[in-house]
Design a protein around this ligand. Structure first.
Ligand code: FAD
Length: 314
């Protein structure tokens, strides 16, 4: 990006949205790994997203979208161009007047965190988000990934998605059109930006029961997941007919380390940053694990986390 482009971008990004240059991505990822973003823009409203994307297209500047950074590995070389962190906040609960009507629609911003939304809707006695509540991402990132836990996925609660298409047109799609599958949505194939989402939840008014359930799921995570070390959740996807973490464990890889990256001793499905891991350490370890599982058990395992950044080898 040229100096002039940086100055022009500063004029486009208006408060409360912010822009920072050469910003370390370690601060914006749950892995606490990654090089610097040439320009990191935190977009707090739809207008900023539209303006920035329009400018980037005009000037041919690459765009990378992130949410809460809890499912990404940012390469050590950093990210060229603009990294757009979607921080659009909204929470609108449309309670029907008819008390017999159990279905309630909730409109949320793509930047709202699952945990905040889940506790807010619980205060209104709405069920549906409990299993998803402790996934540490934004609504946008969770839709992109069709995130899920404890037998529930985003596809079970989403009704409609408002997004910006590649021509910067604001469009709407239904849950069916989003082509949700296990850790997949149409957004992984398109250059769309998720802006706002309508969730469909149910009224049951047992507020305390809902909150207790969420607490149970959060406690269960603490017991089974290595949350004491920075990580990006499950490194690999589940297989069609196997549990990946179990295969990694069977291959004796728990605790295996390359540089600062380690296969968690608590949960073999997680690669953790033991302190000063580089993205290259994580990539080398992930490749090593994939190779060993294939050699010993004959199963191909696929990465779940998304790799973001500008590779030297492109
Ligand atoms: C401790 C831990 C536990 C986890 N447990 C689970 C779990 O149980 N289940 C599960 O499914 N995941 C889990 N994850 C992974 C992660 O939390 C989810 O995938 C989450 O939905 C990612 O959301 P995010 O906002 O952090 O997205 P990011 O990691 O920032 O981005 C993920 C992808 O989504 C894209 N994206 C983000 N926002 C938008 C947007 N608005 N528009 C278009 N594209 C966008 C990005 O480009 C990127 O490709 C866990 C992670 C951690 C660290």
């Amino acid at each position: 990006m040229t100096k002039t482009q940086k100055e022009e971008l500063k004029n486009i990004v208006k408060s409360p949205s912010t822009i920072l240059f050469n910003e370390s991505m370690k601060k914006y990822t749950s892995f606490k790994i990654g090089g610097t973003a040439e320009a990191l823009i935190k977009a707090c409203n739809i207008n900023t997203v539209e303006e920035v994307l329009k400018y980037a297209k005009e000037k041919n500047i690459p765009i990378t979208i992130i949410g809460n950074g809890s499912n990404i590995l940012v390469l050590d070389e950093g990210i060229e161009g603009i990294t757009l962190k979607i921080d659009i906040q909204k929470l609108e609960i449309n309670l029907p007047n008819n008390l017999q009507d159990k279905k309630v629609q909730v409109i949320v911003g793509a930047g709202n965190k699952l945990i905040e939304v889940s506790y807010k809707v619980a205060e209104h006695g709405l069920v549906g988000m409990e299993e998803l509540s402790s996934i540490p991402g934004t609504i946008g990132g969770a839709i992109y990934m069709n995130a899920g836990a404890y037998g529930k996925e985003m596809k079970n609660v989403v009704k409609e998605i408002i997004y910006l298409d590649e021509k910067q047109q604001i469009k709407k799609m239904t849950d069916k059109q989003a082509e949700f599958e296990y850790r997949h949505s149409i957004f992984q194939e398109k250059q769309y930006v998720i802006l706002e989402v309508t969730l469909q939840l149910e009224r049951n008014n047992k507020n305390e029961e809902i909150k207790n359930k969420m607490q149970e799921y959060a406690d269960s995570r603490k017991k089974t997941q290595p949350i004491e070390f920075p990580n990006a959740g499950s490194t690999f996807k589940r297989g069609k007919d196997f549990i990946t973490a179990k295969l990694i464990d069977e291959c004796g890889l728990k605790g295996y380390k390359i540089g600062g990256a380690q296969v968690s001793t608590k949960h073999a499905g997680f690669i953790v940053n033991t302190g000063n891991a580089t993205a290259q350490d994580v990539l080398d370890l992930a490749k090593y694990v994939q190779r060993k599982v294939y050699e010993k058990i004959g199963k191909k395992i696929e990465l779940e986390m998304k790799i973001i950044g500008t590779s030297k080898n492109k």
